[in-house]
Design a protein around this ligand. Structure first.
Ligand SMILES: Nc1ncnc2c1ncn2[C@@H]1O[C@H](COP(=O)(O)OP(=O)(O)OP(=O)(O)O)[C@@H](O)[C@H]1O
Length: 194
């Protein structure tokens, strides 16, 4: 169920940005540097566990019925469907980080950011931007994990995300990930600030 009162403790931090902007690179490094201070929220998914994935650590694995029930109960802050599977962040997952005395880091995309703004949770929002579309395209190709068709989809979506990020009041901080060290320091400073 969604909480009716604002939570206590450090505010969750939402890090968003187009696919390939460097969210994983930077947040993984942040959490490795401050394991006692920050943790990712654990997402729920209806996809099957991959080998080595630990339930409750990498994901909470649910059946479609369980997932839909949680939606109906208002348990999700945000949820979406990608390539036939549902994914979402629950209030419970954010609470679990707070119960562990840590700041919850949410790595979510634009629709999730909108839903987060509509929730009761008071969060801090950081947008990670690529220096340019050309560079974003280069990095997506360089990453070597996406098919050409997916790269085109991600680039198209990046335009929408970048436009939305211009909206007043959506983000507290924008970091351009040009030089990785510089961008990391800016994200680190923002996250440590509370
Ligand atoms: N400042 C940088 N300079 C050069 N390459 C970078 C920089 N930051 C990240 N990269 C590289 O860009 C690629 C995309 O980064 P990453 O996978 O972290 O993006 P992401 O935003 O997490 O994407 P997704 O949303 O698809 O998970 C990676 O190969 C990463 O090593």
């Amino acid at each position: 169920m969604p909480p009716t009162e604002p939570h206590r403790g450090p505010k969750p931090i939402v890090i968003s940005g187009p696919s390939g902007s460097g969210k994983s690179t930077i947040t993984n490094r942040l959490i490795a540097a401050y394991p006692d201070r920050f943790m990712f929220s654990v997402s729920h998914t209806t996809r099957r566990p991959r080998s080595g994935e630990v339930p409750g650590q990498h994901y909470y694995f649910l059946t479609r019925d369980q997932f839909d029930k949680l939606i109906a109960e208002g348990g999700f802050i945000e949820h979406a469907e990608f390539s036939g599977n549902k994914y979402g962040t629950s209030y419970m997952a954010v609470q679990a980080a707070q119960d562990a005395g840590k700041t919850c880091i949410l790595d979510i995309e634009m629709e999730g950011v909108k839903q987060m703004h509509n929730s009761h949770l008071q969060a801090r929002y950081l947008f990670l931007s690529p220096p340019s579309y050309e560079e974003l395209e280069k990095r997506l190709r360089g990453r070597g994990t996406d098919k050409e068709e997916d790269i085109q989809k991600r680039l198209k979506q990046a335009k929408t995300e970048m436009e939305y990020a211009e909206t007043e009041g959506v983000h507290d901080k924008k970091v351009v990930n040009d030089d990785l060290e510089k961008a990391y320091k800016e994200v680190e400073e923002f996250c440590l600030a509370e």
